[in-house]
Design a protein around this ligand. Structure first.
Ligand code: ADP
Length: 446
């Protein structure tokens, strides 16, 4: 073999070696479906094929304003997560914007966005990653020693880049599809949970609605028995005497019926209110409103409904606490807190309403000494239809759909206030809310 032939032969062998190495780079794309697994393997092979010190791939951010280091094989790993190259600037930014290969023989002579390149490498060759006409990113190979990358190196790197771009784009597509599938699965789970809660709610609602209805129906029977059919009439008793006696008998029946009707009214009212909140139709009539008088009124009402229970009013009660708000709605929140406090504590336990003024806010707290709420449940009780599992009301009439706190929270939020609870099992609960005090009140009291 002559000198020239040998040289040609050697060159041909080198090309074959590189091509097969390239093939190896391309093959990696089929071995890994996930981008995170695919890139490190590819970069490792590229480093070996080109005999360089560092290989890096940068991908554009979602808004395509800059490139970030996505995968590195080599010393540049040290700045992973810290590199942000604006499009059109630095080495990678220029390659991305121009979509052309770039060879830099001496990195100290060009402006860079990532100073690590200048400090650690001398020569660089970079090409854009393009698939289906779309810029996928940038790849560059770097050498610590000065190196004159050849036209052939550039063409080989472009050939590699083509495969990588396709692989990344395919993996991104796979990732997007996987994400879409996960989202769909999550939505199905949410729907199933909603359906489960809806079923549970329907169960509770039917039970809650039926209890007062059954009592109303029974009471109507009794009224019919005594008044309409006069079946309680004794032999020889005059109609006038009977009616007097019947009136005494039916009085408590009427009172119980009134209570049942009230319970039904509250349940249906809660349902309507929750619906209004969902549809953003909760109307507020906002005007100056004194929290001390509202609290007082609500306490009087609850004392009447629960004779025998002790409800105390404490704190700032000798001067008005004026807020801008809908007195009726705020009263509704206090009533909700109060009826829960009464419901979830024993009949002999005191319930306290404490009013305070703090940093431009009025604070209303309802404290009971009842069963309390585990910390894990405290975040959930404000959700629609949520009731703590296996909790029995402790006294009074059990009425509730798990809507009271949801409605309370919405009302207070609409007033620009906050709600909260402090509680521990068997140690009672303090449900509170704060509302911004009216400027006049804040000024008067500093
Ligand atoms: P409900 O109408 O069922 O009482 P709420 O929304 O008012 O619905 O309350 C949600 C849940 O929070 C209740 O079912 C109960 O488990 C718990 N809870 C509320 N207030 C208290 C309290 N003062 N003490 C203990 N648990 C309470």
């Amino acid at each position: 073999m002559g000198e020239v032939e040998r040289a040609d032969h050697q060159e041909a062998e080198a090309v074959v070696r590189r091509l097969s190495a390239l093939q190896a780079v391309g093959d990696v794309a089929f071995e890994y479906a996930r981008l995170q697994d695919l890139l490190p393997a590819m970069l490792q092979r590229i480093q070996a094929v080109f005999g360089v010190d560092n290989v890096a791939i940068l991908l554009p951010t979602e808004d395509e304003s800059e490139l970030t280091l996505y995968s590195v094989h080599g010393p540049e790993e040290a700045v992973m997560g810290k590199v942000h190259v604006p499009m059109g600037q630095g080495v990678a930014g220029t390659i991305a914007a121009s979509r052309k290969p770039l060879f830099v023989e001496n990195l100290t002579t060009v402006p860079v966005a990532n100073r690590f390149l200048q400090e650690h490498f001398r020569s660089l060759l970079g090409v854009p990653l393009v698939a289906g006409g779309r810029l996928i990113g940038v790849i560059h190979i770097d050498s610590i020693e000065p190196r004159c990358f050849t036209e052939e190196d550039s063409q080989l790197l472009q050939a590699v880049a083509e495969r990588i771009a396709v692989a990344i784009s395919r993996a991104q597509q796979y990732e997007n599809e996987r994400q879409a599938l996960l989202d769909a699965e999550r939505q199905v789970a949410v729907l199933q949970e909603t359906t489960r809660r809806m079923d549970e709610f329907l169960g509770i609602a039917s039970h809650e609605l039926r209890t007062p209805l059954t009592s109303l129906t029974m009471n109507l029977h009794m009224l019919d028995f005594w008044l309409v059919s006069a079946q309680g009439k004794r032999q020889g008793e005059t109609t006038a005497d009977y009616l007097n006696r019947a009136a005494e008998r039916v009085k408590p029946i009427i009172e119980r019926s009134r209570q049942s009707a009230k319970r039904l009214d509250r349940l249906v009212g809660d349902l309507l209110e929750a619906m209004r909140i969902r549809e953003h139709r909760l109307a507020l009539i906002v005007q100056p409103c004194d929290l001390v008088s509202v609290a007082r009124e609500m306490i009087i009402e609850q004392r009447q409904t629960h004779p025998g229970r002790v409800i105390e009013l404490e704190g700032v009660i000798r001067e008005p606490l004026i807020v801008q708000g809908d007195a009726e709605r705020i009263g509704q929140v206090i009533t909700n807190y109060l009826s829960n406090a009464l419901k979830y504590s024993q009949a002999d336990q005191v319930v306290r309403v404490v009013l305070a003024r703090e940093e431009g806010q009025a604070r209303v707290a309802v404290c009971d000494q009842g069963i309390g709420i585990p910390t894990s449940e405290q975040g959930h009780i404000w959700e629609r239809f949520y009731q703590v599992a296996e909790i029995e009301h402790q006294s009074g009439s059990a009425v509730g759909l798990g809507l009271g706190l949801y409605i309370s929270q919405e009302i207070i939020a609409r007033h620009g206030g906050q709600v909260g609870v402090e509680s521990a099992p068997k140690e009672g609960s303090t449900f509170w809310f704060t509302l911004p005090l009216s400027e006049a009140t804040t000024a008067a009291h500093g």
